[in-house]
Design a protein around this ligand. Structure first.
Ligand SMILES: Cc1cc2nc3c(=O)[nH]c(=O)nc-3n(C[C@H](O)[C@H](O)[C@H](O)COP(=O)(O)OP(=O)(O)OC[C@H]3O[C@@H](n4cnc5c(N)ncnc54)[C@H](O)[C@@H]3O)c2cc1C
Length: 458
């Protein structure tokens, strides 16, 4: 059996830099990867989906330019769109490979399992190390629908291999993956229908977010079916038929299943090293990423961290500091995320409901996009900006932005909240006219109740 200083299982977003940093310090590092290097983000997630949406939203924006008086004929070369997506993905994937190689990480391209305490085996290779970091991420959760398994349905894994634009697309799931990819194909020309079990899309967000997106999807010609279950799936003559519990049948040439994610822990045989899982199979960690086995840590999605690339990356930075002896925890960071539909959703911190549930004396203010000069001028009136504040301390607790490029604008709140700023700081700021950013002090001014500066002495 080989020995190493560090074993990393999975080349996720935190595992790659951790393995590279340790190897660059001259330590002996082995990384196991059962699939493509770079994990979900590079190969089946962020990178290809956002490269794909660049084309989709270009088409959508060109179509919407009609309301500005600009008419165009949209001609989508789907094969070129997807080739570009795959070539960006492949170059990122090659970048990961090169960076691990140049750092001197030994990469074992096998599925890894624990075969003893801090002993990891993949294929013919068994390695023991005092330190093991699990970064195995998640994969698509599959619903147990009769007939589905026998059909060539798509998940986010196979989606980016599509060679031809399906004339009709069916999407099961109203979460962000289904919405981003569903709206994307719709904007490129597929007639799209989305099947949602509950009564709204993005059910974890505030209901006003769902309302805006529903409206936007309808404007894109997407049909949404709420409160329905798929009872069976059939695939005959290259056409999917979904039978809903209402008796209605839906047809399409492609079916995307995006109902959620499940942790990649089944193959790990964590019991062999004494790592405990929670009831849904996620790895249990403490505030310092430590599992229930001495010397074994877990980061990223598999440790039930908010499932985003920047979180996995930040897990790596914090774990590295912890392993270097620093007093760090995973609990003192301001986290945000975005949904790349059009309009986008940018979120950070708590909603009003979440704050009030925690017993905080909170309130919120909301500014519709239709009252923002830049949004009116550029024809992006759909959406709103909302900020939640603590009445006792005046600190900003959270923000929800739904609108054009909201994923960018929300960073103002990420920085303010990291600095534990009060809303008065935002209210005092003089932002540039006419921008979307200009609306943020205006939002804060709703808390003053009049148009007087709240900090006249500055
Ligand atoms: C369609 C889609 C779009 C997304 N868009 C965004 C976005 O825009 N922004 C964002 O922040 N996040 C996005 N995400 C989420 C993001 O991809 C993940 O949160 C991110 O990749 C972090 O994952 P991770 O580091 O935990 O592990 P992952 O990136 O999932 O990597 C885990 C790796 O471990 C490997 N592995 C698993 N089990 C084993 C085993 N037993 N042995 C060896 N190897 C193993 C897997 O093959 C995989 O390569 C998206 C996800 C999807 C699916």
């Amino acid at each position: 059996m080989e020995t190493a200083d560090l074993i990393v299982i999975g080349s996720g977003q935190g595992g790659i830099p951790l393995a590279s940093d340790f190897a660059r310090q001259g330590r002996n590092v082995v990384l196991f990867e059962r699939d493509a290097l770079g994990g979900s983000c590079v190969n089946y997630g962020c990178t290809p989906s956002k490269a794909f949406l660049a084309a989709a939203h270009a088409a959508g924006r060109a179509r919407q330019a009609e309301k500005l008086g600009v008419h165009s004929q949209i001609d989508v070369d789907f094969s070129a769109v997807m080739q570009r997506v795959r070539s960006i993905r492949d170059s990122f994937n090659q970048g990961v490979k090169k960076s691990l190689e140049s750092a001197g990480v030994k990469v074992v391209c096998e599925e890894a399992s624990f075969t003893g305490e801090r002993v990891v085996t993949g294929g013919e290779t068994s390695v023991q190390a005092p330190l093991v970091v699990i970064n195995t991420g998640t994969s698509s959760l599959m619903p147990d629908i009769p007939g589905l398994a026998e059909t060539p349905y798509l998940t986010n894994r196979s989606f980016f291999e599509l060679q031809a634009l399906p004339p009709r697309l069916l999407v099961i799931g109203g979460g962000y993956i289904g919405l981003e990819l569903g709206q994307g194909l719709a904007r490129l020309g597929s007639q799209t229908q989305v099947i949602v079990r509950g009564d709204r899309v993005l059910e974890h967000e505030e209901s006003e977010v769902s309302e805006v997106l529903t409206k936007a999807f309808e404007q894109d010609g997407i049909q949404l079916h709420f409160h329905v279950e798929v009872e069976k799936v059939a695939y005959v003559d290259k056409v999917f038929t979904l039978t809903l519990n209402t008796g209605v049948e839906l047809h399409g040439e492609a079916l995307l299943v995006a109902i959620g994610r499940k942790p990649n822990t089944k193959a790990l045989n964590t019991v062999a090293t004494g790592v405990e899982l929670d009831e849904r199979g996620y790895i249990k960690i403490d505030d310092h990423f430590h599992t229930t086995c001495d010397g074994v840590y877990a980061i990223g999605d598999v440790a039930k961290q908010p499932a985003f690339t920047h979180v996995s990356w930040e897990d790596y930075r914090r774990l590295k500091a912890i392993l270097g002896g620093a007093e760090r925890t995973r609990n003192d960071r301001v986290l945000g995320y975005a949904v790349y539909t059009e309009p986008q959703v940018g979120r950070v911190g708590m909603t009003l409901e979440q704050a009030q549930k925690k017993g905080i004396n909170a309130r919120c203010v909301t500014l519709p996009m239709s009252q923002i000069a830049r949004a009116i001028e550029w024809g992006h009136e759909l959406g709103f900006y909302r900020m939640v504040v603590d009445n006792d301390t005046d600190k900003i607790l959270g923000a929800t932005l739904v609108g054009y490029e909201a994923a960018e604008i929300v960073h103002v709140f990420l920085s303010l909240m990291e600095a534990e700023a009060t809303w008065q700081l935002l209210e005092c700021s003089v932002h540039i006219h006419p921008t979307y950013g200009e609306a943020l002090p205006s939002l804060a001014r709703l808390l003053v109740g009049d148009n007087m500066p709240s900090c006249p002495n500055r």
